[in-house]
Design a binder for this molecule. Structure first.
Ligand SMILES: [Zn+2]
Length: 294
């Protein structure tokens, strides 16, 4: 095909030469107003979920200055580059440009900054790049300074299979705040993945004591019980998850696996019918199980 800008032969609608030119003029690659609903940053860049054209223009100008070594807020620019990576990476498909472009741009903005927030962002970027060992190194010295840093540190450890260390980290944060349900769940997840189902189940219970409506925690607790061979308790836990959220497919599947495995077909049929009521497409499975009940 031919490049839409210069007409040269190209594998993508925008050729490599034009893409580089665009990146030099506008590091964020875009220059129109865009819907950005999850941005929690500087209010002057956000109103009703929109980043306006003028602001994108300012962003590009600041980014360009920064890349040329002038003074500009690298932390803010990196936050936007990470946001663009999450939201707008798809535009890279039509350009001869690296799919990790926005992440590398974000790294460029904070790499040489010394502040804790810049270090944390750099670690976030490495996690997005699937390089948790780099994120771990960066967070090593600062994770105790904030709950968010500690959570990211724990995630970096878990994704490398360093569950024991992750458990220590989560336990240390819980030392200050035992009412933090999210940390209990992260701790439980690390315990579960390491094969310690009993402690994982206890940690999910702690999370549920703080928020008994957390259907996901009910479901995950059910998985622990199942692994421990306590299938009755597992069924109850999945059932509670369904009561809290009747559209929660995983919990139905959790129940069905146990019931089918144990030959409890008429109860499995009840569950499938309940699923049908909730709008799930299970007609074929209902017929199958009906055949087994007879
Ligand atoms: Zn071109």
């Amino acid at each position: 095909m031919k490049c839409v800008i210069c007409g040269r032969e190209s594998t993508k609608p925008v050729c490599g030469v034009c893409a580089k030119q665009i990146a030099m003029d506008r590091p964020f690659l875009l220059d129109r107003g865009l819907l950005v609903s999850e941005w929690g940053g500087e209010p002057e860049y956000r109103e009703n979920g929109f980043v306006f054209p003028d602001e994108i223009r300012r962003l590009n100008e600041m980014g360009k200055r920064r890349l040329m070594g002038e003074d500009a807020d690298g932390v803010m620019l990196a936050k936007f580059a990470i946001l663009f990576h999450r939201r707008f990476s798809f535009i890279l498909d039509s350009m001869e440009i690296d799919p990790g472009y926005y992440l590398k741009l974000a790294r460029e903005f904070v790499e040489r900054e010394e502040s804790d927030e810049a270090r944390y962002l750099l670690a976030t970027i490495y996690m997005e790049m699937k390089e948790p060992e780099e994120a771990e190194k960066i967070l090593e010295g600062i994770w105790r300074k904030s709950r968010d840093y500690a959570i990211l540190y724990g995630k970096a450890l878990v994704s490398q299979g360093k569950w024991g260390r992750a458990v220590e980290v989560y336990n240390e944060i819980l030392g200050d705040n035992k009412e933090d349900a999210e940390i209990w769940k992260l701790l439980a997840e690390a315990l579960y993945t390491s094969g310690n189902y009993e402690d994982a189940e206890r940690a999910y219970l702690k999370a549920l004591q703080i928020n008994k409506d957390d259907y996901e925690a009910w479901y995950l607790r059910g998985l622990c019980l199942r692994r421990m061979g306590k299938w009755g308790g597992a069924l109850q836990s999945f059932q509670t998850a369904i009561r809290k959220n009747p559209r929660y497919r995983e919990a139905y599947e959790g129940m069905l696996e146990i019931l089918m495995e144990r030959g409890m077909y008429s109860r499995a049929l009840e569950i499938l019918k309940k699923m049908k009521e909730e709008g799930f497409d299970v007609d074929e499975r209902i017929r199958e199980v009906e055949g087994m009940v007879e």
